[in-house]
Design a protein around this ligand. Sequence first.
Ligand code: DHB
Length: 466
Amino acid sequence: MTDPLRFNEKIYDPATATVGTTRVTYRAFKDLTYVAQPVDDCQKLNVFVPEGYFNGQTINGYTRVTAPIFMPNTVGGYLPGPRDFPGNPAPFSGSTTILQALKRGYVVVSAGLRGRTTQNLQNEYLGKAPAFIVDMKAAVRYVKYNAGWLPGNPDRIITNGTSAGGATSVLMGASGNADFFETPLQEIGAAPATDDIFAVSAYCPVHNLAHADAAYEWQFNGINQWHRQRVRIENNQRICTPIHGQLSPDEQVLSRELKAAFVLYLNGLGLRDVAGNPLTLDAAGEGSFKQAIEREILMSAQRALAAGTDVTKYAGVSVTNQMVTGLDWPRYLHAITRMKSVPAFDALNLSNPENDLFGNRLTPARHFTQFSQDHSTVSALLADPLLVAAVNPITYLMTKQSHVAPHWRIRHGAADRDTSFAISMILATKLANRGYDVDFRLPWATPHSGDYDLPELFQWIDNLCR
Ligand code: DHB
């Protein structure tokens, strides 16, 4: 009997695309089921391989067996992340990213992942946490199981994603081969292989959801107006309508409580700067941890200024003699504005995407923090804390229980307000403290977005892999 999980290099579509002024020729292996017992049609992946690797060519210094395997995901809003392909017109598509990666000589694998709205014919939910990460791990296991069959170097897998997809990428990097996922992986018939990876690329990863509410209020407490976009998709176009709101007096009380809770959490993490000094906060939320974030923002502004950007677009940035000399934190936060109400993630009425993520087979949405469960305004259940911890990358950096990726590149826009700067800062700092290789920046004036610096991302990959 043929092995359903064995990659077959004979079945493909030849394809050509123009990337800038270059013609890129590649083979597309599409719609490959990556688990033996799929529960949803989305559990398939596409593999794209530069044509040259099938006739002995070297591309960008790589060969068929040494090429990095780049695995971008399309997860956004913790919704299902469909498998992607060049020329895909869907708004979530990373078509350009795939083509640029192929031009660079990478093998690209795009796996479809279940998400919070995935349902079966009986209307049961099949994609609540931890399904997104179980599927991503199963896709990596498929790639590794096919070492030698599937072109590329399975010891050089790099995941990439933005926002919830960034969270997927960082969780892949943190939780390699962790026990928690073994049973769900067996249940869907994942290939017998490991799922640890070589490197992580993540843009604005919306992760550490258990502490994201507290981090958000630590940052935005005192700013009582929020401004966001309501997004709907029509004819493959994203249509955004601005909406605004004001925190109620009750929400302002919750904001203060959450801010205080963040100080306790942060001080328990044992973070240190590069010189080994503790990064902490006092009861007012001030201290070396906050100064470290301010320094990152100042360095970002300085780099932008040196490149000719007017960095006074956002209030609170002082420039003297072509040097960024100061950051007025409250003014800067007023300028980038608060996006979310309180709590930002675990909504008291279960209305946020993250509540939906933590539903289960028969429950659309649940709380995932004791704080919101205690203050809930609806009849609600609390997700198992072990599950909430298992999908939090920080868990794996506090006690050793996984194979952590050695290399990390994390970008979080300096104008991003979907989650606190603290969330990415904690991740980057904890990784560095544990000795992993981390390249972390808050790119200037950059909102919640990803893949905006592909040449630099690919240079980083080449420096590691070539
Ligand atoms: C995403 C954005 C959010 O603000 C959030 O809370 C969760 C996910 C996203 O863009 O994926």
